[in-house]
Design a protein around this ligand. Structure first.
Ligand SMILES: [Zn+2]
Ligand SMILES: [Zn+2]
Length: 386
């Protein structure tokens, strides 16, 4: 696929405009408008907006029967203050594109112009934009939206840029691509009293420590009940207040559970809940357990994985089979539970700052890689599948 220099230059300035104007999860209104404006110029046959709040779907229909293939991008930025100092630095305090979703949007939006020049000969191509990937809520909210009934992809593909890997390298695998994960919050309630009279209160101090230990050891302890890799990281704990005159009456412990397999995540959720309740009970404390930021595991369908691999080879890109799934989670997992799909990582360069770091910036040299991968994936999917 040849690229017209003007197209790439335009996409570069589009990316910078998105970078300069980042918006947080479920607030991506201006971002969505910018994407819509660019794609509309390529005359999509149909547009559906406001899916799961700010999500959008742009259709390029051939008018002939055939598969429906969707290419997905995220719209959201992160609550991180940018420390870079270039002319397109984030103009919003404490918000910036530190996951490269500005780059992902640019690549998926850039497909519109290529589809205008090379329209699908059969079937339908959908460019799909989702809100709130970072909080793990956007894909699910789209899937729960009535409007999604009019968008029935047979196949769905997405990518994530990946610092630490050679720029332009394509990495993927069949089966689990990225882990399932969930945040657990254990709240312990006892009773405060004067620090001089702890016997008149009920401190959750020991129970808090036992919960930290319980979560830290749980995966090892129940390993016979797990099928595959899992990990629990205690991320926060708090006891009472910084008041030397008070016996604490409240504590909380938070941890992130992650598993390659959804089933193992469910097992760990159950065991952690039982044990947290037992600990509270043994100390006569009240306990509340809350869950947040749940992600399903992202599973690559064998047919879709084969298409990704073939697309990389047809483009003569460096393709690498991942030995293991990624430990991080991706909202794309909700889509792969419902549709056949596959995700791949696109190396961002070995010396690029990591994702979510304050100095990260999406490397624009990746744009042609994403465009060519997706165009080849679209062609192969429309040709091969009937
Ligand atoms: Zn991210
Ligand atoms: Zn991301």
């Amino acid at each position: 696929m040849k690229h017209n220099i003007n197209h790439l230059e335009r996409l570069q300035s589009f990316r910078r405009e998105l970078h300069r104007n980042p918006e947080l999860a479920f607030h991506e209104y201006q971002t969505a408008q910018r994407v819509k404006q660019l794609i509309t110029e390529a005359n999509p046959t149909k547009i559906i907006e406001g899916i799961g709040k700010t999500g959008m779907a742009f259709f390029f229909e051939s008018g002939k029967p055939g598969p429906v293939v969707a290419i997905r991008s995220e719209l959201d930025a992160l609550p991180i203050e940018e420390i870079n100092d270039f002319d397109y630095t984030s103009s919003v305090d404490n918000i910036s594109h530190k996951c490269g979703h500005d780059g992902h949007m640019t690549m998926v939006s850039g497909l519109a112009e290529m589809l205008r020049e090379n329209p699908p000969e059969k079937g339908t191509v959908i460019l799909l934009f989702q809100p709130a990937e970072e909080t793990g809520e956007g894909a699910l909210q789209m899937l729960n939206d009535e409007k999604m009934k009019d968008i029935k992809p047979d196949y769905m593909f997405g990518l994530h840029n990946l610092p630490g890997k050679p720029a332009g390298q394509i990495l993927s695998r069949e089966g689990v691509f990225a882990s399932a994960s969930i945040g657990m919050i254990i709240r312990l309630k006892g009773k405060t009293s004067h620090a001089a009279e702890p016997e008149n209160g009920l401190s959750p101090a020991i129970a808090m420590a036992q919960n930290v230990e319980m979560l830290s050891n749980l995966v090892t302890e129940v390993k016979d009940d797990l099928n595959d890799f899992s990990l629990i990281t205690v991320i926060h704990a708090r006891l009472g207040e910084q008041a030397f005159g008070t016996t604490p009456g409240y504590a909380e412990v938070m941890g992130t559970i992650r598993s390659y397999q959804n089933e193992d995540l469910e097992t760990l959720k159950g065991k952690a809940t039982d044990k947290a309740k037992d600990i509270a009970h043994n100390h006569g404390l009240n306990v509340e357990i809350d869950w947040t930021e749940e992600f399903s595991s992202t599973e690559n369908h064998p047919d879709c994985y084969a298409v990704v691999k073939q697309a990389a080879q047809n483009n003569n890109f460096d393709f690498k089979v991942m030995d293991e799934p990624y430990r991080w989670s991706e909202d794309f997992g909700y889509f792969t539970q419902k549709y056949k799909g596959a995700m791949f990582a696109l190396g961002s360069g070995e010396n690029t700052p990591d994702l979510h770091n304050p100095d990260y910036d999406f490397p624009e040299k990746l744009i042609p890689y994403g465009l060519n991968m997706f165009m080849e994936i679209i062609t192969l999917t429309l040709e091969n599948q009937r």
